[in-house]
Design a protein around this ligand. Structure first.
Ligand code: PAF
Length: 289
């Protein structure tokens, strides 16, 4: 049957109607459903989301949609890595039950005009550098949640601001879904696994783990009593010294509201974003206080 597990590779379901029919049949059989939204270019980080989803629900739906509305005009939408066959094979091996891969016209038909926006959360940190990005994310994720109607949805903590925003929107719009964060998967040298790591050349790849290392140093310094603003300033300078081309931010925030913290107070999170060649890398870690 189209879109299902069984013999061979998953065949994508392309329409909302087919997705709803499949999910309704599972619901009628008393089964629970988890959604793992992705933009493809799947890697072990997505594998961790799927594993968590499999542990939580009877059925796992993965969506594959490179969402145009979350890319700025100068960003890498056209160049974003796309290989649906490889992604379908990955999801089949990961034991996903259904692959939902709608076309842009299915997601945004003619006349589409609604945007989900979260002022205060969506316009700081990455949102200040990528205006409109989180409106695009929040809008497509809400659409996917409404289309699939899952009990759970899984997102990586690597995109921490995205996770906080999606939690906010789901709560504010009374969606009956549990939004679950999954810890960042890292390479052996600490670099957070990301589809955009593919943009790094070997010299840049050698520099990239400094993003995580510098965040860890700052966490240690703040825990030992250093002033937050100074630790963040020095963290940004350390990234420059390590070879990053440009630092967008190095910040310590309240992990629920993303408001900047002047003094340590839990739950706190340290986040950074920096450019290395064509790649813009982001990472974050919890500040245990
Ligand atoms: O994190 C991502 O891959 C995307 O932002 C998401 C959540 C699939 C929405 O397009």
């Amino acid at each position: 049957m189209s879109g299902s597990r069984g013999e061979g590779t998953l065949v994508p379901v392309r329409t909302k109607a087919d997705l709803r029919a499949r999910v309704s049949a599972w619901r009628a059989a008393g089964e629970t459903i988890a959604l793992v939204p992705t933009m493809g270019a799947l890697h072990v980080g997505h594998g961790a989301l799927i594993e968590a989803a499999r542990g939580a629900a009877d059925r796992v739906v993965a969506s594959l949609f490179v969402n145009p509305t979350q890319f700025g005009p100068q960003e890498d939408f056209a160049a974003y890595p796309r290989d649906e066959a490889a992604d379908a094979a990955f999801l089949t091996r990961a034991d996903v039950d259904l692959l939902y891969a709608p076309a842009v016209a299915e997601m945004y038909p003619d006349g589409f005009a609604t945007t989900v926006s979260v002022p205060g959360l969506g316009d700081r940190l990455c949102g200040a550098i990528r205006p409109g990005h989180f409106d695009g994310v929040a809008t497509v994720v809400m659409k996917l949640l409404i289309q699939a109607g899952p009990d759970f949805a899984f997102f990586g903590e690597k995109d921490f601001q995205q996770l906080v925003i999606i939690r906010r929107v789901a709560a504010d719009l009374d969606l009956p879904v549990r939004i679950e964060g999954v810890p960042t998967v890292r390479e052996g040298d600490g670099l957070a696994v990301s589809s955009r790591n593919a943009y790094l050349d070997p010299a840049q790849r050698a520099i990239a783990p400094a993003l995580h290392g510098t965040l860890q140093d700052a966490v240690r310094r703040i825990a030992a009593g250093a002033e937050i603003s100074l630790a963040c300033e020095e963290g940004a300078a350390a990234l420059g010294a390590a070879g990053f081309d440009k630092v967008d931010y190095f910040a310590c925030v309240d992990a629920r509201t993303l408001a900047p913290l002047a003094a340590p107070s839990p739950p706190a999170r340290l986040l950074a974003a920096a450019h290395l060649g064509r790649a813009r890398l982001i990472d974050n870690i919890a500040l245990a206080l």
